[in-house]
Design a binder for this molecule. Structure first.
Ligand SMILES: Cc1cc2nc3c(=O)[nH]c(=O)nc-3n(C[C@H](O)[C@H](O)[C@H](O)COP(=O)(O)OP(=O)(O)OC[C@H]3O[C@@H](n4cnc5c(N)ncnc54)[C@H](O)[C@@H]3O)c2cc1C
Length: 449
């Protein structure tokens, strides 16, 4: 018999009416998409354990500023896999002109996800309940799992879907322990209010030059700041820009299973023969998981070491208005990007941090922001995931990029993973189209049990 314990009260499903209880941990886009898919089976009940008041929004879409724009077109971002124009229609129904090729503000996309989620769960009636809490422990029981949260509630579930997003960023080795403890070091730019205390009258250093650094540069310069924002990474590569309209799709043979070199050669040949590189990247993305899995461990490591950054800047592109604003900031000298290796970051006696890179003269910054993105497991796992790794419920996956699962996201019988934590087994695991696919695969397996 399945039982649900809420603040010490036990509610049990009655014999003969037993429906499977699925606990979903995490209320970002992955948790919301998983909740909807589970609820589409009317014999299942779900308990969402998530602190957010607006499930669906998560880190990316919850507290985005007006200048933060999706890096994918509206036509790719529908919450409903069977209805690609669902998002575009949602906007038009609210009197907002929208086209599938538009890049929407992230916060507006968050509104859409939250609205859609509220509708889905309202229709589910008492088959859905939301525990506004953070899960602190997941234990395996005979025939199920017990999810405990920080309010003391416990959910006894037949299945658990873990949708807790990315691991945290790793602290770069150059950042001293003392610097890391100072308010001038921002370890997580997405934390609430993280950039509020960054001074406007001293230069700021961003570690990393990817989309996170771009977003942070936009925020720091939104109010007319003229003091420099600098971004540094080993290669100093900024993301490329999306074209205003997508190029015609392309398709070509890929030497799947032949190893990394022939693969890279084939992609270069295609571009050298005149194919649009954006179309080439978009095509390769559709096969990325298959390609990644076809590489042996050594070739995967080689890809991570030599090609990963180039993949990132071509695959994760800036929306056109973002690219234009970044171009202006670079033109005016307010935003500077450079290649270099950090050697030390320590507190400056007059406040701020002293940064040394590549043997250049030490320089004082008002703040340093870590924009390096998710770190690798197990070192950067959240408390819950670290405990699950220690207890053997989860295992670190290939290259520490995520956790080990089957193709359908199953980590153990009854324990499932969805979202960025599946990276490593999959190559593309973080964006909405890929999360939608993960959820479809996961629920197909769940249905068959
Ligand atoms: C800044 C940014 C911009 C992005 N832009 C795009 C884009 O334009 N297009 C695109 O396709 N993708 C984009 N992405 C990728 C994005 O990761 C996915 O689209 C998606 O939002 C991931 O959702 P998620 O639910 O897996 O993770 P998250 O959004 O991180 O949500 C995970 C949630 O789990 C919760 N949680 C964590 N631990 C616990 C716990 N113990 N108990 C309960 N809850 C817990 C957290 O509070 C969090 O809200 C972006 C990502 C970021 C960070």
């Amino acid at each position: 018999m399945t039982s649900t314990v809420v603040r010490g009260r036990v509610s049990e499903s009655r014999p003969g009416t037993r429906s499977e209880m699925v606990a979903i941990v995490g209320g970002g886009a992955s948790g919301a998409l998983a909740t909807r898919a589970v609820l589409s089976n009317t014999t299942w009940r779900t308990a969402l354990v998530a602190p957010e008041s607006r499930p669906g929004t998560g880190v990316a879409y919850g507290a985005a500023e007006p200048w933060h724009v999706l890096n994918s077109r509206a036509g790719a971002m529908s919450a409903d896999p069977a209805d690609p124009l669902h998002l575009v229609r949602w906007l038009r129904e609210r009197g907002e002109p929208a086209e599938p090729t538009d890049f929407l503000p992230r916060a507006r996309f968050g509104d859409y996800l939250a609205d859609w989620f509220a509708e889905v769960t309202k229709n589910a009636g008492d088959r859905f309940r939301h525990h506004f809490a953070t899960a602190t422990a997941i234990r395996r029981l005979d025939g199920g799992y017990l999810v405990t949260d920080d309010t003391g509630c416990q959910v006894h579930a037949d299945h658990v879907i873990l949708a807790v997003g990315n691991p945290s960023a790793r602290r770069p080795a150059a950042v001293s322990a003392e610097a890391a403890r100072s308010v001038e070091y921002v370890a997580d730019p997405w934390a609430f209010g993280a950039l509020d205390a960054v001074p406007a009258d001293l230069p700021v250093l961003l570690i990393g030059t990817g989309l996170t650094a771009v977003d942070v540069a936009l925020t720091l310069t939104a109010n007319g700041r003229t003091t420099a924002v600098e971004a540094i990474s080993r290669r100093g590569l900024l993301p490329r820009a999306h074209p205003v309209l997508p190029p015609p799709a392309t398709a070509f043979d890929l030497p799947i299973g032949a190893g990394l070199r022939p693969l890279m050669r084939r992609v270069r040949e295609e571009i050298a023969a005149g194919a649009d590189w954006v179309a080439v990247m978009d095509f390769v993305r559709t096969r990325a998981d298959e390609l990644w899995r076809s590489l042996d461990h050594t070739d995967q490591e080689r890809f991570l070491r030599h090609c990963h950054r180039f993949w990132e800047v071509h695959r994760h592109r800036m929306a056109p208005p973002v690219a234009a604003r970044i171009g202006d900031l670079i033109g005016s000298g307010t935003f500077r990007v450079r290649a270099g290796r950090l050697t030390s970051i320590v507190p400056h006696p007059d406040g701020g941090l002293t940064v040394t890179a590549d043997g250049t003269a030490p320089r004082r910054y008002g703040a340093v922001v870590n924009c390096t993105g998710p770190g690798s497991l197990p070192d950067t796992a959240s408390g819950l995931v670290a405990d699950m790794l220690r207890d053997g419920l989860l295992r670190t996956g290939p290259h520490g990029l995520g956790v080990e699962t089957g193709d359908d996201g199953r980590a153990l019988p009854g324990l499932w993973v969805v979202g960025p934590l599946r990276k490593g087994g999959l190559w593309e695991a973080t964006a909405v189209p890929e999360i939608r696919r993960q959820v479809e695969r996961l629920t197909a397996s769940l249905q068959m049990l």
